[in-house]
Design a protein around this ligand. Sequence first.
Ligand SMILES: NC(=O)c1ccc[n+]([C@@H]2O[C@H](COP(=O)([O-])OP(=O)(O)OC[C@H]3O[C@@H](n4cnc5c(N)ncnc54)[C@H](OP(=O)(O)O)[C@@H]3O)[C@@H](O)[C@H]2O)c1
Length: 264
Amino acid sequence: MSLYSGRTALVTGASKGIGKALSRELAARGAHLVLVARSADALGRLAEELRETHGVRAEVVAADLAAPDGPSEVVAALRMRGTEVDLLVNNAGTGAVGPFFAQSFDRDRGSVDLNVTALMALTHGIGSRMLERGHGGIVNIASSAAFQPLPYQAGYAATKAFVLSFTEAVAEELRGSGVRVMGSYPGATDTGFFDGTAATMSPKAVSPHRVAARTLDDFARGRTASFPGRASDRVLTFLPRLLPRSTAVRIAGGVNRRFRHDAV
Ligand SMILES: NC(=O)c1ccc[n+]([C@@H]2O[C@H](COP(=O)([O-])OP(=O)(O)OC[C@H]3O[C@@H](n4cnc5c(N)ncnc54)[C@H](OP(=O)(O)O)[C@@H]3O)[C@@H](O)[C@H]2O)c1
């Protein structure tokens, strides 16, 4: 789609999973890339692949976005290089799985730092410049987990509920400004998201490529929300609007118990 051709997109969490798929899909649509994550080697290899396969520019900014200065270091690196970002894709995210009190707090704290604080900081740092220039786009990768509390992923779902609320509010503030904001709400996606935990991905998980392609198609269509996963993922996001919250959270807890997330 021509919306992306010749534009510069910054993708966080580009070293693997959905972020890597988004980067490949953007390059295939003619966008230049700024790839951000901690794994400099993996980003370097991807940058080389994108340059060779699609003839686009691809640069790397290795950063720990969960560190207090991580997001501002990325913004400073862009300024120093003179790189203007047309599309910011806040994709990097992590989440703890298991009963809240059975885990060390560190993983949940890291998720808040990355999924919430870094997302807001990059939106502010890079979005301000887009506003000055009068055009740009911001895509926040949240999750279908944003729409209801999720027992055994309590902290993670709460960070995604934050992203949903924040994204909708900022999208409305910026309506008519030339800067568009969209949230993407995937369901289970076949990535290494659960690596390092005892949880396993649902066998019904969709491919990261499908999530990436549908998210970018929806943004190009001018949508403010994208549901790039299975139709059933989207249907489930309606349940909390129809049922009492106490019932919705019971059902969500039951689903996660079926996946044995209570035993992680
Ligand atoms: N997979 C799913 O089922 C699913 C469903 C709905 C929503 N999502 C959301 O989709 C997004 C991507 O998830 P995924 O499944 O692709 O996960 P993933 O395969 O685990 O990839 C996570 C990415 O985030 C980066 N990252 C992690 N910690 C970071 C940090 N401190 N600083 C900078 N980058 C960091 C990782 O790179 P480094 O390790 O190199 O830093 C990696 O590139 C997340 O926001 C997730 O919540 C996933």
